[in-house]
Design a protein around this ligand. Sequence first.
Ligand SMILES: Nc1nc2c(ncn2[C@@H]2O[C@H](COP(=O)(O)OP(=O)(O)OP(=O)(O)O)[C@@H](O)[C@H]2O)c(=O)[nH]1
Length: 200
Amino acid sequence: MNRFGSAMILAGGKSKRMGFDKQQLSFKHMKLIDQQIEKLSHLFEDIIVVTYNPHYYQNLRCRTVCDELKEKGPLAGIHVGLKHAISQYTYVLACDMPHINRAYIRYMQQRIGIHEVDVCLTQHESKRMEPFNAFYAKSMVKKIERYLLKDKRSVCGLIAQCEAYLVDEKQARHFSPQLNMFLNLNTMEQVKKYQRQKDV
Ligand SMILES: Nc1nc2c(ncn2[C@@H]2O[C@H](COP(=O)(O)OP(=O)(O)OP(=O)(O)O)[C@@H](O)[C@H]2O)c(=O)[nH]1
């Protein structure tokens, strides 16, 4: 099994705040998630989209899976994505995140190379953790399953029980000064603001 061959995009949420399915978000006449798949395909040989709508992805360079443990939130997506991953570590992204930072992905891979942890993610000065734009080990599958079956859902609660490499906010800002690489679009207001700033 290789080390970093798989990436997953979570696209199985309810998008209540957006008011329409975030998998359908488009910029410049191209779906955001299709743009993510395109970008990630230059960095990872295996792209997994965790979705209940596999037909959206038929002609793209990815495969699809859907949650085994339903109605349990993003961790259930991470759970099934890791189960199907072909590599020891999988890069995890949400379908509403428009910025993919290659240098930061490489940096996290280097850190994992040295520290051999269960997860590598970023922690803000406030101690809040970013569950996406992060790496998770395939060896976490059983642990996540047990956690979800106890009806727990918090990614951060799970991380507290793991060997984690936490990149601190200051370090992350060297790669993304405004932390745009963690921007996620939950509402139309956020989409409009993003469009105004980026002219997309
Ligand atoms: N596979 C899977 N992905 C999920 C699930 N819940 C959320 N996600 C994904 O996780 C990421 C973050 O989700 P949120 O934005 O917090 O939740 P959401 O359900 O998409 O949106 P809201 O209904 O507005 O909270 C998005 O990429 C979602 O598609 C789930 O139950 N299964």
